[in-house]
Design a protein around this ligand. Structure first.
Ligand code: K7E
Ligand code: CUA
Length: 655
């Protein structure tokens, strides 16, 4: 009964979202915004933004790139989902990126981007992001803004406490949200308690960015919700929030809220790394895909792997401890110094902050309050640095400005609260519109935050924009945090549901941005790097067309000798070597329909002609004044015809 009541209260709080007093319908300026806000977000035509912001797409499975302070969307980077705009996951070269041990998975759920670091500072080489549903981690190049690698996480389920990076990008971490049989097996669901496990996966990142699963830590069967690395003195540790330490398997909204405290798990990964390097751990069977996009061949390949190293934390002394943390903590955030670990207890009004140095002392003094599955539980008061009192309702996530302040989002009371590290006093609060999830300060998850702007990413848009039917985009808000009080400057809609985001000064990456693919570096198996190399080849009922495209024609542009029942591969190379001149390729009746090919790149589409006739193809990207002339014809003959293969340009045979 008590629980039912509690849930009912939470439910009411969850629904109780006030409007901002300005419903926007009159188009009048909101009183909450200072008069020169427009100037401060205005980026004049032709000028560039100061920061890149990478927002996860949530259920879109992708990552979107915005400029700050303008809030202009610059690009959507396809990661875990097929993307019609550029054919990712449709073109033959990119299909392998979405392979998994469950087969081809065309749509994912992405949550937490994190930028690679060197000595605790953003280094702008790569950005990583997790996929929740079919557990995977992706690495995206910040030279090409393209997904280069995706590794599946075996034995995991709901890959949520991911993809956070250690301060020299030694590891990217992937923790399971749902506990499951480890390894998977058929068992009665009500046998969960004590039998399910919560594997935490540590993926080593090489100097070239290549990911490799180093080990999986076989943790008790709790839900591992979020995580962050230690930094500075706490470098070498990783912290994970847990909930459902009750190990409930049904009606979790009640049954997983029984314990007054769950845990933050503190993992000394350096200790485990050492243990593993000395031959520790046990190889077990696993099945997972490792997909790599090679920029020289312009194609992705999938390698299936079948082993993973598992480590029982009880076998590595001093490797794992639990810090009791109130009220089903969600976010697990570490301040720039590495001393404070903030547990955002989402069913609470207070925030619990642990001290890393006190934690070390408590470990030394064996200041334990029992254990959970033989993992020592540290005494709550011994690790407690302080409590932020009455911050708000439903704290979720915290970021830092590098000036001794922290900013926490409160979902239920729909606000961002600024407070002081060390004194724990609340300094400022600003409403968010509405129901904020994560927030992001560029570099806020590193030793060197850039504390000028903060964006909050809100779950509910309600009245902020013109209505667009039953569905609205989510909403972000940009605040100036350079002064004592936060100032709301701008609203902008986001694509998909942004959970977390990562931001970086534009200076750190814009000069390395790749403009074209060099034709002389194109090692694609079917590339034609000049028109004289274009041709057709038949192998049984498969026909390979080596085609080029340049303003404003295809070569060849007339093709004959194709038959109903053939499988035709158009390998189209864009011969352009100018920035920003893609060509498209669209073939009538093709079941994946289109390609978009960047300068110097080769892309392949498969076409299975079903009807006799003469069928046109054309360029889909308005590339020149003669774009409408950029087309060709394919003659398709009957299955038993003997029309020979013939490919021409300007009625001349090519070679
Ligand atoms: Cu809070 Cu997936 Cu990071 Cu959403 S999670 S808000
Ligand atoms: Cu090429 Cu339009």
């Amino acid at each position: 009964m008590k629980n039912i009541l509690k849930i009912a209260i939470l439910g009411v709080l969850g629904l109780f979202i006030q409007s901002c007093g300005n419903d926007g319908s009159s188009g009048e300026k909101s009183g909450a915004i200072t008069s020169n806000a427009a100037e401060r977000v205005y980026v004049a035509p032709g000028e560039h933004d100061e920061y890149y912001a990478f927002l996860s797409g949530g259920y879109s499975g992708n990552l979107t790139v915005y400029g700050l302070p303008s809030g202009r969307m610059l690009k959507e980077i396809p990661v875990f989902s097929q993307f019609p705009t550029n054919g990712y996951g449709y073109s033959e070269e990119t299909v392998p990126m979405l392979n998994t041990s469950f087969g081809f998975v065309p749509w994912g759920d992405s949550h937490h981007p994190d930028i690679s670091q060197t000595e605790g500072e953003l280094d702008g080489r790569w950005i990583f992001i997790n996929e929740n549903n079919t557990p995977r981690i992706a690495r995206i190049s910040l030279e090409t803004f393209e997904t280069e690698e995706i590794i599946e996480i075996p034995h995991s389920a709901g890959n949520h406490s991911s993809s956070f990076i250690t301060e020299n990008t030694e590891y990217v971490v992937a923790g399971t949200r749902f506990s499951v049989p480890y390894p998977q097996e058929d068992m009665a669901i009500d046998q969960m308690k004590g039998n399910f496990k919560g594997p935490l996966t540590f993926i080593a990142v090489g100097d070239d960015g290549r990911m490799n699963i180093d080990f999986q830590l076989k943790m008790p069967g709790f839900n591992y919700d979020l995580s962050h690395p230690g930094r500075g003195d706490s470098h070498g540790w990783f912290f994970f929030t847990t909930y459902n330490t009750e190990e409930a398997h049904t009606m979790q909204e009640v049954n997983a809220s029984q314990n007054d405290k769950d845990f933050i798990a503190a993992v000394n990964w350096k200790k485990i790394q050492e243990y593993v390097e000395n031959g520790g751990g046990k190889e077990i069977d696993a099945e997972y895909a490792h997909n790599v996009f090679d920029h020289s061949t312009q194609a992705a390949t999938t390698t299936m792997k079948n082993k993973v190293l598992t480590v029982d934390p009880r076998e590595v002394e001093g490797a794992v401890y639990f810090m009791p943390t109130p009220k089903s903590p969600h976010g697990c955030d570490v301040d720039p110094s590495g001393e404070y670990i903030v547990g955002n207890g989402k069913l609470s009004t207070d925030l619990t902050v642990h001290s890393f140095s006190k934690m070390l002392k408590a470990i030394e003094n064996k200041d334990f309050d029992g254990d959970a599955y033989d993992i020592p539980i540290l005494n709550f008061d011994s690790t407690l640095a302080g409590t932020v009192k009455d911050g708000g309702l439903g704290p979720l996530h915290t970021e830092f400005d590098g000036k001794g302040n922290a900013y926490t989002t409160f979902f239920i009371s729909s606000e961002v609260v600024k407070w002081k590290l060390g004194t724990w006093e609340v300094l400022d609060r600003q409403p968010s519109y509405y129901s904020v999830g994560h927030l992001m300060i560029p570099g806020g998850n590193s030793r060197e935050p850039y504390g000028k702007y903060m964006i909050s990413m809100n779950k509910i848009t309600k009245d902020r924009y013109l209505p667009t039917g039953p569905e609205l985009e989510h909403s972000a808000q940009l605040y100036d945090i350079s002064g004592e009080k936060m100032e709301l400057l701008l609203d902008f809609p986001t694509h998909g549901e942004p959970h977390y985001a990562a931001g970086i000064p534009a200076e750190k990456i814009k000069s390395q941005s790749k403009k074209i693919y060099r034709l002389d570096e194109n090692k694609h198996e079917y590339a034609a790097t000049s028109e004289s190399e274009t041709k057709m080849e038949r192998d049984g009922n498969e026909v390979h067309v080596y085609m080029t495209t340049v303003r404003s024609h295809f070569s060849p542009d007339n093709l004959e000798g194709i038959k109903v029942g053939d499988k035709v591969f158009f390998h189209v190379t864009n011969l352009e070597q100018d920035f920003d001149v893609p060509h498209g390729f669209a073939m009538i009746g093709a079941n994946t329909s289109e390609l978009l090919i960047m300068p110097g790149q080769t892309k392949t589409i498969t076409w299975e002609p079903k009807k006799e006739g003469v069928w046109p193809f054309y360029c889909t990207d308005f590339c020149s004044a003669l774009h409408q002339e950029m087309q060709g014809y394919v003659r398709v003959s009957g299955q038993n015809s003997n029309v020979p293969l013939k490919w021409t340009l300007d009625d001349e045979e090519i070679n």
